[in-house]
Design a binder for this molecule. Structure first.
Ligand SMILES: Cc1ncc(C[n+]2csc(CCOP(=O)(O)OP(=O)(O)O)c2C)c(N)n1
Ligand SMILES: [Mg+2]
Length: 264
């Protein structure tokens, strides 16, 4: 928590002095929410963030120097200076984005591909709750029982818009039961309360992580009636196909679209 706060304060000063380019979104005040969740995560769990990602990346073990170099647009930065403050990528903390709600579905997709017992955690703001993708994501995560932990860092505003102005729903965690996902609201400034809530909520998520994932993939495999010969790998179109306005398709698609008399 101290490192998170110190990093943000140094960053704020450097930005105010004009030494850091671009936009900067800080997360001063959200240290306990980050630390409380990370306290219950394992090394193999994967983390997704949003447009205030510095604390999440530091907690995931990224070097403060590399992170700062990234914000400065340096080649020595975490993403070689290409990402800046909002578009970070790493190994354990996989990705952050400036697209509000953007990492929600990606985290759910990734959680399907993780090895059994590991989970994906996605941090987002209360503004993201008003995006359509939030609801689509919760819907699919619940149907597929994906091992995903959703963490809303609710600062009672969507950037500059107060909560009352952007939603009539008082409590974000009310959406959990709507989608059959256990949810709690706790004081994000109380690190113990966050750790306790994260421990309680992570339990069913880890249980899901130990079960076989992606029931739809299993169902698809069982029910596939498509003849094996017709299943082929999609490939990029050849130069001739591109010139003819065709795509590469798979074996079946190629057979259907081949010019009459052609051997393909
Ligand atoms: C898809 C999309 N819509 C709008 C924006 C503009 N925008 C940037 S931050 C923000 C508010 C986000 O609110 P919240 O998720 O609560 O984060 P906070 O800034 O409060 O931490 C908006 C609407 C955006 N970045 N992406
Ligand atoms: Mg907010």
């Amino acid at each position: 928590m101290a490192r998170h706060r110190a990093f943000e304060e140094v960053t704020a000063r450097a930005h105010a002095d004009g030494r850091l380019p671009g936009l900067l979104h800080l997360s001063i005040g959200a240290e306990a929410a980050t630390a409380g969740v990370f306290a219950v995560l394992g090394d193999d769990d994967r983390i997704y963030s949003a447009h205030r990602p510095h604390g999440h990346f530091l907690a995931a073990g990224e070097s403060p120097l590399e992170l700062f170099a990234e914000l400065a647009g340096r080649e020595t930065g975490l993403c070689r200076g290409r990402g800046g403050s909002m578009h970070l990528m790493g190994a354990r903390a996989v990705m952050a984005t400036g697209v509000v709600g953007g990492t929600l579905p990606i985290a759910v997709g990734h959680s399907l591909a993780l090895s059994p017992g590991t989970v994906a955690v996605v941090f987002f703001g209360d503004g993201a709750v008003q995006t359509g993708i939030f609801h689509e994501t919760l819907n699919m995560a619940s149907l597929w029982r994906t091992p995903t932990l959703f963490v809303c860092e609710n600062n009672a505003r969507a950037e500059f818009t107060s909560r009352e102005e952007h939603t009539p729903v008082a409590c974000v965690s009310d959406y959990g039961p709507v989608y059959g996902i256990p949810a709690l609201t706790v004081d994000g400034a109380d690190v113990r309360a966050v750790t306790e809530a994260a421990t309680a909520l992570l339990e069913p998520v880890r249980a899901a992580a130990l079960r076989k994932r992606n029931p739809n993939r299993e169902r698809r495999r069982r029910r596939s009636t498509r003849p094996r010969a017709r299943r082929g790998r999609w490939r990029f179109p050849s130069g001739r196909e591109r010139r003819d306005g065709r795509d590469g398709g798979d074996a079946h698609h190629r057979a259907r679209t081949a010019a009459p008399g052609s051997s393909r």
